[in-house]
Write a protein that binds this ligand. Structure first.
Ligand SMILES: NC(=O)c1ccc[n+]([C@@H]2O[C@H](COP(=O)([O-])OP(=O)(O)OC[C@H]3O[C@@H](n4cnc5c(N)ncnc54)[C@H](O)[C@@H]3O)[C@@H](O)[C@H]2O)c1
Length: 329
């Protein structure tokens, strides 16, 4: 298929692009580079530097490249920032997303895979979280992604859009060529590795008085290449029409890791010291967040290869050592 990957110059998008190419698809990346990196797009992949709200550029891209499907990764993704600047999140994650859907409609493109988030669940009623569990996002990031996911359902009903939405928590790790390089960085594993290599003095642990095995929060980590594989499977599943679209969680398959366990594994992988500082809990941080991936395993045959956190962190460390300045060098 000819596939447009929005946000394909970002962390997960760059690796989705790699896997789509490996599966024999033709890829065009559409990214305004507000958080992405041109160097994260392989030279053979066309990169269109434009915003989702630029309808002329988007329609031209869809038509000129004969696009048959979209993998929609472009978004703003910082939970904390979304709390202080909700408008930025609604504008990009919802309004700009609707611009994409309208351009797809103009061009007759009816397939989309949406990279959603498990933040749509808010405070979970149980773990692991299943797709049918209540959705009560606790921040504008989760709420804006959820609003777009709901729009997909209405576009399916009104216009025959075929969609798969993937809800997951923490992407982690790297491929050989591409890795995570955000500014600011807010994710635990890259922060731990930056601390290990001296780019940061210490790492904050937000609360160690949760009702978990060591008092720190339990979270779900998925290797980014496994996530990318799920996006490819989701894309291929769109060949079979499904009247109301499909929603799948992606989870680590186990019971998750505490923040302290992640840091201990990062110490072992890097063989370096990682200083930590325990600070008070952040508001809105649930004790445990783990998603079930039983449904996507059963229905799409997703079979993640890198569930071992040593391997996940090992791949991120290998990439960071090979690219000490990320994409900046
Ligand atoms: N990183 C995670 O752990 C995680 C977890 C769950 C869901 N997700 C979702 O996965 C997707 C990718 O996340 P990521 O970590 O790779 O983020 P990222 O910031 O690295 O990538 C997002 C990309 O989208 C581009 N972009 C943003 N707004 C745009 C616009 N209006 N027009 C064109 N391009 C635009 C950015 O330049 C960037 O390259 C996001 O939709 C995010 O919500 C990420």
């Amino acid at each position: 298929m000819h596939v447009l990957v929005t946000g394909g110059a970002g962390y997960i998008g760059s690796i989705v692009n790699q896997q789509l190419l490996a599966a024999g698809h033709h890829v065009v990346v559409y990214d305004n580079l507000c958080n992405g990196h041109a160097a994260a797009v392989p030279p053979a992949t066309p990169l269109i530097k434009a915003d989702l709200v630029d309808r002329d550029a988007l329609v031209f891209a869809l038509r000129h490249h004969g696009i048959q499907a979209v993998v929609h990764m472009a978004a703003h993704c910082l939970v904390g920032e979304s709390m202080t600047d909700p408008g930025k999140y609604y504008a990009n994650n919802l309004v700009a997303g609707i611009s994409l859907l309208e351009c797809m409609r103009t061009c007759g493109v009816v397939r989309i895979v949406f990279s959603c988030t498990a933040a749509v669940y808010g405070e979970p009623t149980r773990n692991p979280i299943e797709e049918t569990d209540p959705t009560t996002p606790l921040n504008p990031y989760g709420e804006s992604k959820f609003a777009f996911e709901n729009a997909l359902r209405w576009y399916a009903i009104a216009h025959g859009l075929r969609y798969v939405s993937l809800r997951y928590f923490n992407a982690a790790g790297a491929s050989h060529e591409f890795g995570e390089w955000h500014d600011p960085e807010t994710h635990l594993i890259p922060l731990a590795l930056q601390t290990a290599c001296g780019k940061r003095g210490s790492l904050e642990i937000y609360g160690d008085d949760y009702p978990t095995r060591d008092g720190t929060c339990v979270r779900d980590y998925i290797h980014v290449t496994d996530l990318a594989t799920a996006h490819v499977l989701a894309l291929e599943a769109l060949n079979a029409p499904h009247p109301l679209g499909r929603i799948f969680n992606l989870g680590c398959g186990g019971e998750g890791y505490t923040v302290r366990e992640v840091i201990d594994i990062a110490r072992q992988v890097t063989d370096r010291k990682i200083r930590v500082q325990v600070t008070p809990r952040r508001p809105g941080d649930p004790a445990v967040l783990v998603a079930s991936s039983a449904k996507i395993r059963k229905e799409l045959g997703w079979n993640p290869k890198y569930q071992d956190l040593y391997k996940i962190i090992g791949s991120a460390w290998a990439w960071l050592q090979a690219h000490p300045n990320g994409y900046e060098s």
